[in-house]
Design a binder for this molecule. Structure first.
Ligand SMILES: [Zn+2]
Ligand SMILES: [Zn+2]
Length: 289
């Protein structure tokens, strides 16, 4: 079984551009996980999604577009790419959007409200392709030959994390993670999260802040690079991919963060930073070649 992971958007909060962020990229969260020969699984629909749409358009015709989207939560940086995703302009396209259970309305109503006049020129329902919505809390489901585990992640508002297992290859995606605020000692890892991601090949984890930034933004829903390493080590993950880079951070900042994270990982976990265009293939993440 093979599993490919392609990063189209790696930034948190808001898109950014310029030479200082050119190497890692400025689009917001969008990661495509695929078992070759099967419809893709899209983790979040940030502005990187538009570039995945362009890639789909360049492929030889393989029939109407089909995909499942796993949306962590509805903050702009995770859904803003949807109305700019060219494949859903085809009336034959089908996209199922899975997301967290909302507190006060349905997932579909919340998305339709966000993508509607006057904030967007047309209602979401007027896009030609068929887009359906499914709200899920903690559960497991099959998507093609992959098993997707859905679990709660602490953030601001209802937020899911996702683990995808295909054969012996596995990846977990937690884009935004509110680090526990503690007076003393190391912040703990929520047991539900730890159970869900244990032993995963690739852990894609929020790495928005350093210690000083966290001190002033402790309730903004994110964590430090250090905490991401500690989560990966506690879970026994093989590889940590630092993700959801702060738009204030230039390429050199992220280079330094990777070096510091590798020090803390101390060989127990391989550390790298997500960048646009990065592809991790199954032979490098475990599973059969
Ligand atoms: Zn975010
Ligand atoms: Zn968020």
């Amino acid at each position: 079984m093979m599993l490919d992971i392609t990063f189209y958007g790696v930034r948190g909060s808001t898109p950014c551009s310029g030479h200082h962020v050119a190497r890692y990229g400025g689009n917001t969260s969008c990661v495509v996980v695929s078992v070759p020969g099967e419809p893709p699984i899209i983790c979040d629909l940030g502005t990187g999604l538009r570039y995945f749409g362009a890639d789909v358009g360049r492929r030889p015709d393989s029939g109407p577009f089909r995909a499942t989207a796993l949306v962590t939560h509805l903050h702009w940086d995770h859904v803003q790419g949807l109305p700019f995703f060219a494949p859903v302009l085809d009336p034959a396209a089908q996209l199922e959007v899975i997301g967290p259970i909302q507190d006060d309305r349905s997932l579909e109503d919340a998305m339709c409200e966000a993508i509607s006049p006057p904030m967007f020129p047309i209602p979401l329902a007027d896009l030609p392709g068929r887009i359906t919505f499914r709200e899920l809390g903690r559960t497991c489901l099959s998507v093609g030959s992959a098993i997707v585990s859905v679990f709660d992640v602490p953030h601001v508002g209802p937020t899911n994390g996702y683990r995808i297992d295909a054969g012996r290859a596995s990846v977990a995606y937690m884009s935004d993670f509110q680090q526990p605020i503690v007076d003393n000692g190391e912040p703990p890892v929520p047991p539900g999260v730890l159970d869900a991601i244990r032993g995963v090949d690739v852990l894609i984890h929020d790495a928005q802040y350093d210690h000083d930034e966290f001190a002033t933004k402790a309730t903004w829903g994110h964590c430090t690079v250090t905490y991401a390493v500690d989560v990966a080590r506690a879970a026994g993950a093989k590889r940590l991919v630092l993700f959801h880079h702060d738009p204030l951070h230039d390429d050199e900042w992220i280079d330094r963060a990777v070096a510091e994270a590798a020090d803390r990982a101390d060989g127990a976990v391989e550390v790298m930073a997500a960048r646009e265009g990065l592809v991790l293939r199954s032979e490098t993440v475990g599973g059969e070649p």
